[in-house]
Design a protein around this ligand. Structure first.
Ligand SMILES: Cc1cc2nc3c(=O)[nH]c(=O)nc-3n(C[C@H](O)[C@H](O)[C@H](O)COP(=O)(O)O)c2cc1C
Length: 367
């Protein structure tokens, strides 16, 4: 084994969460839960990743109880008796294999394509009812509707704890509902939830605080955020470390335990004048543990995959060095783990020649 990668297989310990190693499965939507109910195939899929050496699964986005939360009828719910029983079975499978698991709690907001989604007759939910190009397609959320959404996030988190999930991740990234509040292009509000950067974190901070209240002091809350948006890959919430600090502080104060910093390539510095990536800066600013993500083990980023291109493998010695330097604490692996459930074990055993290219065309065949 290359010495610099040993660090990936050392235990992680923090105030509320201990893990066997540093490898986390990134949340990845699968559309395999008809009517929102995850079945045995979902349990088997995640169990295989734990058997392959992943220590923490963050599930695909699973939606809160709101009629316009989901993009598709086959995206799982995190509410309702049947879906929760399905998730309890997934949790059991992952625990039996010795892993930990957190659901990613999701609402797509204005990114919903009504014609593909449940309840197509209902308008999308968003901070100002506008798309990123400012086109208005719905009314802004009312304060009552915002209160109800916050409650729905907390209810899903409470249910997650009750069925044995080891924590929760709030999906605050990629231009979905929570991120739409962060992004000034889609948040034109002039009340407590809109205006400067701190006010634009108000909705997310309320969600985190409500989850904390519903799940107690000791329950791990991970918060995923990104600069990039699916509507605009060059978008940035923070242009400087100072702006990033303004963004992170209210979230940390609301009760986030771990930040999951979504980038397309983990090796890219976030701001000029330092090699630190987004997870590096976030750890430095907040003092909290962070998860890095983006093209681990692969030469092309997620967007090329969405365009249907294959991606080759990529050496990750630089990742080991960053971990050694304590730039961040955990590493989320996405497509490489879709492609190969045994990716962590192969890396641990130095079987690099067995790592495979990622082919999005084969997605449906990969189990
Ligand atoms: C098929 C697919 C589905 C995804 N679904 C989600 C999702 O539900 N929630 C989320 O936060 N990110 C999602 N992502 C982004 C991944 O979590 C990850 O950040 C991204 O793929 C970069 O990691 P990678 O380069 O290791 O694949 C998805 C990515 C892929 C490829």
């Amino acid at each position: 084994m290359a010495h610099s990668l040993d660090i990936l297989f050392t235990p992680f310990s923090s105030k509320k969460l201990d893990l066997a190693n540093r490898i986390v499965m990134a949340p990845m939507t699968r559309f395999f839960s008809p009517d929102g109910v995850p079945g045995q195939n979902v349990a088997d899929y995640y169990r295989r990743r734990v058997e392959g050496g992943t220590s923490l699964i963050i599930t695909e986005g699973t939606v809160i109880s709101d009629p316009v939360a989901s993009p598709h009828p086959n995206v799982p719910h995190l509410y309702g008796e049947k879906a929760l029983a399905g998730w309890a079975n997934v949790v059991k499978a992952v625990h039996e294999a010795g892993g930990k698991i957190m659901p990613q709690i999701w609402h797509v907001g204005m990114a919903r394509r009504a014609n593909e989604a449940p309840n197509p007759e209902l308008p999308n939910a968003g901070p100002s009812g506008v798309l990123h190009n400012r086109k208005k397609i719905a009314e802004p959320l009312t304060e009552q509707e915002i209160d109800d959404l916050v409650t729905a996030y907390a209810d899903s988190a409470r249910a997650a704890k009750e069925i044995g999930f080891d924590g929760v991740e709030v999906h605050g990234a990629h231009g979905y509902l929570v991120d739409q509040f962060f992004w000034e292009q889609m948040n034109l509000r002039e009340d407590a939830y809109g205006g400067d950067m701190v006010k634009r974190t108000g909705f997310a901070a309320r969600i985190v605080a409500a989850i904390r209240e519903a799940t107690g002091e000791d329950y791990p809350i991970v918060f995923r955020f990104s600069q990039w948006k699916q509507q605009d890959y060059d978008a940035k919430l923070a242009h400087t470390p100072e702006e990033l600090a303004d963004f992170l502080k209210p979230l940390a104060e609301a009760g986030v335990d771990i930040f999951h910093c979504s980038t397309r390539r983990y090796w890219e510095p976030e701001f000029e004048g330092s090699d630190l990536n987004l997870a590096g800066w976030t750890k430095k600013i907040t003092g909290l543990p962070t998860i890095t993500v983006g093209s681990v083990g692969l030469s092309k980023d997620m967007m090329s995959s969405f365009k249907g291109e294959d991606s080759g493998t990529r050496n990750i010695d630089d990742l080991g060095e960053k971990l050694e330097n304590e730039e961040f604490d955990l590493v989320a692996v996405g497509r490489a783990l879709i492609q190969d459930a045994d990716w962590p074990n192969k890396v641990r055993e130095g079987r690099m020649d067995e790592l495979q290219d990622y082919s999005p065309k084969k997605l449906a065949e990969l189990v």
